[in-house]
Write a protein that binds this ligand. Structure first.
Ligand code: DSN
Length: 422
């Protein structure tokens, strides 16, 4: 079936670039742990005529006419999100994860207030207060870290000390490169002790929570969860804020997103979120989420057997952070390039206390959400890990690389990107 007949006819340059990307995705393995493949249904909603509509405001309270269907779509998304995560309120309008976090900060904080978040070098995220963001011009960010890099244990004693001293208004959990589960009860107890909100940025593990493969921070008393919808949750690119507080509090969040931060919501994107949440509510999604973890464990075993150091010693979620420089003498950038050549896409990543700089760090970060969507089980995941290690250990052996490329092409043919998940 010709998928893009109109672009093809009208704009050959863009058409060719899209075709190139389709082919790249079809013929290679995606191991970037924050990426996934969405269903055709999600893509159709995202490409729908809802993109034509301005809908500033919220369902039932819009600034423009003609909202009978956009209201329906947004209510579907909100109701499904609440059910999926056990939330009382959901704001599905953030365009991405960063605006979800910025909107959350402005709803909860005054300029100069303090946030206690995870250090970026130990797995945190730019929007959790890295100095390169504008956020640090307005709010004060203090940090916690791992106590033991080899096990991933967070230094909760130090965290409490810092919290008592700096009196944060938000104790922020969540990460983009941390392969373990957090002790949610400890986060909440520290937040309560200093009178702060307990907030978790679940972007990376939203699908694992929705699929009940890992714990839900709301069950431990967290007040707010922010997220993206396009990672393990397997939806369109986008963000969301979930709350369990009262209606006034939810109104504050809503006001912060619109009109505080954003203009018109992307209604086509919200429709795609609704479709994604519908998929995630299907019991099959639980099987998917659990398989993501099994596949990551299978890859961990191969890396362990090959004596390749993994930050925190392995994984309890969907991602692995491997110290390829320390273990194989190859930088993260070199490893990323070598693996790209054999059809495996992942990203270079700083590791905790990295001896190298962020543009060419010591580590690689990879994960299993996308290959699990393709239908990979433990057997295939083990083989991918073996091919990765073989490629890195034989970095100049072009023959081996060609053979690996060919094997990966075959795997991709055997496990094509599925069109439907329900
Ligand atoms: N860029 C995302 C990731 O790869 O983890 C986080 O924002």
């Amino acid at each position: 079936m010709e998928l893009y007949p109109h672009i093809k006819k009208q704009d050959k340059k863009v058409y060719d670039a899209i075709q190139g990307e389709e082919k790249r995705q079809a013929e290679g393995l995606e191991l970037i742990p924050s990426e996934n493949y969405v269903s055709r249904a999600v893509r159709e909603a995202n490409a729908s005529s809802l993109t034509n509509k301005y809908s500033e405001g919220y369902p039932g309270k819009r600034y423009y006419g003609g909202q009978e269907y956009t209201d329906e779509v947004e209510v579907f998304a909100i109701e499904r999100a609440k059910k999926l995560f056990g939330a009382k309120y959901a704001n599905v309008q953030p365009h991405a994860g960063a605006p979800a976090n910025v909107g959350m900060y402005f709803a909860l904080l005054e300029p100069g207030d303090t946030v206690l978040g995870m250090d970026l070098s130990h797995g945190g995220h730019l929007t959790h207060g890295h100095p390169v963001t504008y956020l640090t011009k307005i709010f004060n960010f203090v940090r916690y870290k791992m106590k033991n890099i080899e096990t991933g244990e967070i230094d909760y004693d130090e965290m409490l000390k810092v919290a008592k001293k700096s009196k944060p208004k938000i104790v922020l959990a969540g990460y983009s490169a941390y392969p373990r589960e957090l002790d949610y009860a400890k986060f909440v107890s520290i937040a309560r002790e200093v009178g702060a909100y307990a907030v978790m940025d679940i972007a990376h593990i939203a699908g694992l929570i929705a699929g009940k493969a890992v714990k839900n921070p709301f069950d431990y008393g967290f007040d707010i969860m922010t997220t993206t919808t396009h990672k393990t949750l397997r939806g369109p690119r986008g963000g969301m804020i979930l709350t369990r507080e009262d209606a006034d509090f939810a109104k504050k969040i809503d006001k912060s997103i619109f009109p505080g931060l954003q203009g018109g919501p992307l209604m086509h994107n919200i429709a795609a979120k609704a479709v994604c949440f519908g998929e995630a509510l299907n019991p099959k999604f639980r099987t998917y989420a659990k398989q993501i973890l099994k596949n990551a464990k299978a890859m961990e075993k191969v890396f362990k057997a090959a004596d390749i150091r993994m930050i925190t010693g392995g994984t309890s979620n969907h991602l692995i952070l491997a110290d390829v420089y320390g273990s194989l003498g190859i930088s993260g950038k070199e490893a990323e390039t070598l693996l790209d050549e054999v059809g495996i896409t992942l990203n270079k990543n700083s590791i905790a206390d990295d001896v190298r700089g962020p543009m060419d760090p010591s580590g690689i970060r990879f994960g299993t959400p996308a290959i699990t969507t393709r239908g990979f089980k433990e057997k295939e995941s083990v083989r991918v890990a073996e091919l990765m290690i073989e490629t890195l250990k034989n970095k100049s052996d072009k023959k081996k690389h060609r053979a690996a490329r060919e094997e990966i092409r075959k795997m991709c043919k055997k496990f094509p990107i599925p069109e439907s998940f329900v």
